[in-house]
Design a protein around this ligand. Structure first.
Ligand SMILES: NC(=O)c1ccc[n+]([C@@H]2O[C@H](COP(=O)([O-])OP(=O)(O)OC[C@H]3O[C@@H](n4cnc5c(N)ncnc54)[C@H](OP(=O)(O)O)[C@@H]3O)[C@@H](O)[C@H]2O)c1
Length: 286
């Protein structure tokens, strides 16, 4: 039986994997997260792999606080970059394959057509820089690995934009939301399911491969908020705002739509629209 270790199992993507795992009975899944499994504790993580034989590591652990990362640069680097370097070393030593998640924020957002996997990265914030550095480390380590970039994750779990807006719409008469950043909202449940389906098609994958996965279509944060309002029949007013009017600690790329052509072609995975994924997520949240 193929043994799969999911790190960061309590985050929104990690919990989505926990949901789907029972649907893949050919695998034995192990789930780990803070506080008992800290990727920054190199000794403990190394000891774990000495004692436990694992075939595939799915790394959902990350430092994802985009604005706070500007201040906590060291912590963001430790989790998003250094820990991935450790996983690469351990993969060489113990022969496990690595599925690692990365972000649309590795791009600078100046494109005007969907980003393909081979587009040069040029992150404009600390979070994106730490994630891009991890990608480069995996690439250089040349371990058997998939780097799956995704964007604008939402789910019924943890903290995310959809849950925040859902709750604001119930408690406020008016909210302002940025309308000049464009991306593809992605349901963490769809990403976890697609990843497990892809692994199931090719659990013996070799070499380093980069993929993009997001729900289809594109919108702005404002567009996403308006759709949440519509689906909840809320009377709260949603006003568009420019990025300039809403300064944040971290600069945000303006356009980060990811092309999903490669994963579609290689694994026949066709993600549903972000609107339909959002509707499914809101049903679970309510
Ligand atoms: N969220 C997004 O919009 C988004 C967009 C694009 C890409 N991504 C990428 O998608 C992946 C999953 O993101 P997500 O939204 O599911 O993140 P998340 O909800 O923040 O979950 C990350 C998990 O990692 C854990 N973690 C943090 N530091 C750790 C450490 N030192 N050792 C072990 N676990 C640790 C966190 O624990 P604590 O909560 O206790 O810190 C949390 O459970 C990440 O690689 C992220 O960069 C996310």
């Amino acid at each position: 039986m193929i043994k799969v270790l999911i790190i960061g199992a309590s985050g929104q993507l990690g919990q989505s994997f926990q949901y789907w795992a029972p649907h893949f009975p050919g695998y034995k899944f192990l789930f780990k997260d803070l506080p008992e499994f800290d990727l920054m504790d190199q000794m403990a993580v190394s000891a774990y792999f000495m004692e436990t034989s694992i075939n595939i590591v799915i790394n959902c652990a990350a430092y994802t606080a985009v604005d706070l990362a500007e201040k906590e640069q060291d912590l963001a680097k430790k989790v998003n970059t250094d820990a991935v370097a450790l996983l690469c070393d351990l993969s060489k030593k113990h022969q496990f394959k690595l599925v690692h998640f990365s972000t649309d924020y590795v791009f600078d957002g100046t494109a005007n057509a969907p980003y393909r996997e081979d587009h040069p990265v040029n992150p404009i914030g600390v979070y994106g820089k730490t994630k891009a550095a991890a990608e480069a480390i995996i690439q250089a380590a040349a371990i058997d690995s998939w780097i799956i970039r995704t964007s604008w994750l939402f789910s019924p779990y943890g903290k995310n934009f959809v849950k925040t807006i859902f709750s604001l719409l119930q408690n406020k008469e008016k909210i302002d939301v940025v309308s000049d950043q464009t991306g593809s909202p992605t349901y963490a449940m769809d990403l976890a399911e697609a990843t497990l389906k892809a692994i199931d098609q090719n659990p013996e994958f070799t070499g380093v491969h980069r993929y993009h996965f997001s729900n289809s279509g594109e919108t702005s944060w404002y567009g996403l908020a308006v759709e949440i309002k519509k689906l909840n029949h809320s009377s709260c007013r949603v006003n568009p705002l420019t990025t300039a009017d809403y300064p944040t600690a971290a600069a945000r790329p303006k356009y980060t739509v990811l092309s999903g052509e490669k994963i579609k072609k290689e694994f026949n995975l066709t993600p549903r629209s972000w609107e339909s994924a959002l509707e499914a997520c809101l049903k679970k949240i309510k």
